[in-house]
Structure formats: structure tokens, C-alpha cells
Design a protein around this ligand. Structure first.
Ligand code: SF4
Ligand code: SF4
Length: 358
């Protein structure tokens, strides 16, 4: 008997994006000649074949509720041409092939409460993680930080007044997502975790917690006759990695979990190599609901960048040109010994081998 043909695997990954693309974009894929920036929030792309498409960008929140999504899609159906597109930084873009449709689309978006902008040399929407909704280790509400900051930076999103584009990120823990921006606002724990020894034996798999620590600071221990864990506080770098596999190792703390600001990160681009971020402000209060201290520092950095950078210099290029001492002067931030990590001594403090040291 002939063999039955094998069933094709079911592809459950990301669907083919071409089926959802605006037909003019699909037709001209890879064939765009140049683009213009007629006004903040609008891009005009011209294809080699002569087709033109206008893209209007509106700021939207990272996680959209169904009501807002329907509102945006209705605007897309009524004022655009039935296609939308999400950007990397959670903005929504609408495409039209007729210039006459651009202003009515902008009016519809603005009258529904959305802000049009975020293109070219503006501050784009802050990209952020969403730990409170889906993750096990958040130390702050990154979305709340974004909302408070963007409320104050709305004019920098709406207009294109920066020397070049500025990408800002926030992340809700110290170790995982986020950080891919010109300015990054991250949580910073400053004290080792406090262990609730009564719960460790019931809740935690001790070997996985021990393995999780990047500096081998956690050891199994018997406490009050029960199996538990202990932390060598001299080694602990307060990263927070032990808290997800072992919630009784609580590290979040209203007073000692702070925010830190890093600047100058940039993926590779056409002009230079990728650059790492560097810490510029530490110990900033993690102060909900409006985080005024962190916002004030970000605004100072943006103001100094706006005043001091040459046209089209990104933040990292500006700092590299003027030097770090002048950067600290310009943003009026103190330079302290905590800003320097030359990795001397890392042989002893970092777990550089594949073995777990107990
Ligand atoms: S930044 Fe940390 S807490 Fe926030 S979502 Fe990412 S891993 Fe989770
Ligand atoms: S995982 Fe991080 S916070 Fe936990 S003990 Fe190790 S260094 Fe300290």
C-alpha cells in the first residue's frame, strides 16, 4: 500500500505579514526610492515606479484594550485605506495613497485623543516592558513610568525638534528586557534579598535558586531545623535574579529599590558601531504614581542634548564628541565612584566558570 503523504506541519509562528500589508506597500516592497518628512508624524515614501504612500503615526499604549483597538481600526477603515501597522515602539501607523486623506486622518486621530508624531528627529514613544501583567520579577510599574514621562514629553513627540531621533526605554526589573535606547530607565535594587525562611522549603527548588545566582552568592542552609537558603551579602550584586524561582527571597523594597538612568546605547547603524549604555544617575527614588525625580533627570538630559548636539548627532555621538566630563556638567549630574566599573576583581566576584560553586 502506498504510503500516505505526510501532513504538512502547522505553522504556529508569526504569520506571513505580506497578506496584511497595504497593497501599495506590497507591490513596492524593496523598491522604494526615497522618503520625505512633510510634517511631524507623517512620512511620504516614493517608489521607483512612481507610487507614493503617506504614513501617519499615532502614539498608542503598549498593551491595547479591545475598545481602543476597535476605535483605531474604525479610524483606519474610515479615514485610511483599511490597513494598519504596528511599529517596534508600540505606535500605530496608517497608510494612505492620496495626500488629500492625510489631514482628515490626522484630525480623526486627534479628536479621538491620540497624539500624532514620533517620526524623524522627535522623541519616539518610550518602549517598555509590562511586568505587572505577565512577568514574575517586576520591581516597578514600567508602564506607569512611561505614562508619567510621556505626559511631560508630549511636545517632543508631537514635534521634531531634537538633533536626531531619541529612543527611550524603561524596564521593570534590573536584569532582563529593555535597555535598547538612547536613554534607559531601569530598576536598581540596592540591598540583598530578605529571606522568609518559613516559606523556602515549601515554595522553592533550592538547586535552581542556587544555580540562578550569577555570582554564586546563594548557598543551601538549615535554618531553625528547616532546609532553607542563605546569601553571602558581600558577593550579592542585588540583581534580583533569585526572586522569580524563589518568591520568599523578596528583593523589592519601597525604600531600597531605586531607579537608574543609563544613556548612549545604540544598535549598529550606517555611520558607526553599536555602543553600550553607561550609567549616569543611580539611586533615583522609585516614586509612583508620577516618578517626578526620574522625569526631571530625563528632561535635563534631553534639554542638554537639544542645546549641545549638532544636527543629526545621536545622544551617544554627542557625548563621544564632547566627552563624559562635559556631559555630566551639562546635565548637572554628579559623577561618583559608583559610575566606574572597571571589572577589576571580577575573577572573584563573577561566576566565570560553568560550575556551581557552593
Ligand atoms: S523587565 Fe524584567 S520584570 Fe519586566 S517584563 Fe522584562 S523580565 Fe519581566
Ligand atoms: S541572584 Fe542576584 S540578588 Fe540573588 S543573591 Fe545572587 S546576586 Fe544577590
Amino acid at each position: 500500500m502506498a504510503k500516505q503523504p505526510m501532513r504538512e506541519p502547522i505553522e504556529t509562528g508569526c504569520p506571513d505579514p505580506f497578506q496584511y500589508m497595504h497593497p501599495t506597500m506590497r507591490k513596492n516592497f524593496g523598491m522604494w526610492k526615497y522618503h520625505e518628512h512633510p510634517r511631524p508624524g507623517v512620512l511620504k515614501h516614493i517608489a521607483f515606479g512612481g507610487d507614493t504612500i503617506w504614513t501617519v503615526k499615532a502614539g498608542t499604549q503598549r498593551i491595547l484594550d479591545v475598545y481602543t483597538l476597535r476605535t483605531l481600526c474604525d479610524i483606519g477603515d474610515q479615514y485610511a485605506e483599511g490597513h494598519v501597522h504596528f511599529t517596534l515602539r508600540s505606535n500605530m501607523e496608517f497608510m494612505v495613497t492620496d495626500e488629500a486623506k492625510v489631514q482628515p486622518l490626522i484630525d480623526a486621530l486627534e479628536s479621538a485623543g491620540f497624539v500624532v508624531g514620533g517620526t524623524q528627529n522627535s522623541v519616539s514613544m518610550i518602549s517598555h516592558t509590562q511586568g505587572w501583567l505577565h512577568c514574575d520579577i517586576p520591581g516597578t510599574d514600567a508602564s506607569g513610568v512611561v505614562k508619567s514621562m510621556m505626559d511631560e514629553l508630549i511636545d517632543e513627540f508631537r514635534n521634531a525638534n531634537m538633533p536626531n531621533r531619541v529612543h527611550i526605554t524603561t524596564s521593570c526589573c534590573q536584569i532582563n528586557c529593555g535597555g535598547q535606547g538612547d536613554i534607559a530607565i531601569n530598576i536598581q535594587h540596592t540591598k540583598p534579598p530578605k529571606i522568609n525562611h518559613d516559606l523556602v522549603a515549601n515554595v522553592c527548588e533550592r538547586p535552581s535558586v542556587v544555580a540562578r545566582c550569577p555570582v554564586a552568592a546563594i548557598r543551601p542552609a538549615m535554618v531553625n531545623g528547616k532546609p532553607s537558603l542563605e546569601v553571602d551579602e558581600k558577593k550579592c550584586i542585588c540583581c534580583g535574579a533569585c526572586y522569580p524561582p524563589c518568591p520568599p527571597m523578596q528583593i523589592n523594597d519601597a525604600e531600597h529599590s531605586k531607579l537608574a538612568i543609563w544613556v548612549g546605547g545604540n544598535h549598529s547603524n550606517a555611520r558607526g558601531k553599536p555602543t553600550f549604555q553607561k550609567l549616569v544617575a543611580a539611586g533615583i527614588p522609585n516614586n509612583p504614581p508620577r516618578w517626578p525625580e526620574a522625569t526631571a533627570i530625563v528632561k535635563r538630559i534631553l534639554q542638554a542634548y537639544k542645546e549641545g548636539a549638532r544636527d543629526w548627532e545621536r545622544i551617544n555621538e554627542w557625548i563621544e564628541r564632547i566627552g563624559w566630563p562635559r556631559f555630566f556638567e551639562a546635565v548637572e549630574l554628579p559623577f561618583t565612584k559608583y559610575h566606574i566599573d572597571n571589572w577589576r576583581g571580577s575573577r572573584a566576584s563573577l561566576n566565570a566558570s560553568s560550575y556551581i560553586r557552593l
